[in-house]
Ligand binder design. Structure first.
Ligand code: HEC
Length: 145
């Protein structure tokens, strides 16, 4: 029995740990590209480059839109965080965290895009990242169903 364990363990883990980040797999990337151009490019840039000086709040204390390419920090977040940020917007997420007195320039897209459309846009964004950022982002996704 003891000799069987090393052989059985990987199979056991594979059966219990659901693949992380699978929401972004097998997505409609051409729809995601089109939706990005229509709904996100105005702020995040046609080439995902973000707005100039995106780390500096403007005169009203509102942060500009960050890049979604590898120079930004979109890839630092798990799939669930990126989805929620897009669905309920920056203000929604901040208020959920109980933070007051901060205004976000990131609109909520829950009433505009379906869940599938949000995942398609995020999959398009991910598809532009180099392998290293893709792997790091995948590691932020805890195993889940
Ligand atoms: C009106 C401008 C605007 C539009 C349009 C917009 N965003 Fe944003 N977005 C922002 C700003 C500003 C921030 C960062 C500042 C903040 O959250 O307060 C942001 C942040 C984000 C973040 C968090 C990134 C990070 O690294 O923390 C995600 C994810 C995001 N946007 C996705 C999208 C997607 C997807 C679309 C299109 C469906 C979109 N945004 C359209 C302005 C915009």
């Amino acid at each position: 029995m003891r000799r069987l364990m090393p052989a059985l363990l990987p199979a056991f883990l594979a059966a219990t740990a659901a693949p992380a980040g699978h929401e972004l797999d097998d997505r409609d990337l051409s729809r995601g590209t089109a939706l990005y151009a229509e709904h996100c490019a105005a702020c995040h840039g046609a080439d995902l480059e973000g707005q100039p000086d995106w780390r500096q709040p403007d005169e009203n204390g509102i942060l500009p839109a960050p890049p979604h390419d590898a120079t930004g920090h979109t890839w630092h977040h798990s799939n669930a965080q990126l989805f929620e940020y897009t669905q309920i917007g920056g203000q929604g997420v901040i208020e959920k965290l109980g933070v007051k007195g901060f205004t976000s320039g990131m609109p909520a897209f829950g009433g505009v895009l379906s869940d599938d459309e949000i995942w398609d846009v995020l999959a398009y964004i991910r598809s532009t990242w180099p392998e290293r950022e893709r792997a790091l982002q995948a590691s932020r996704n805890p195993p889940h169903d």
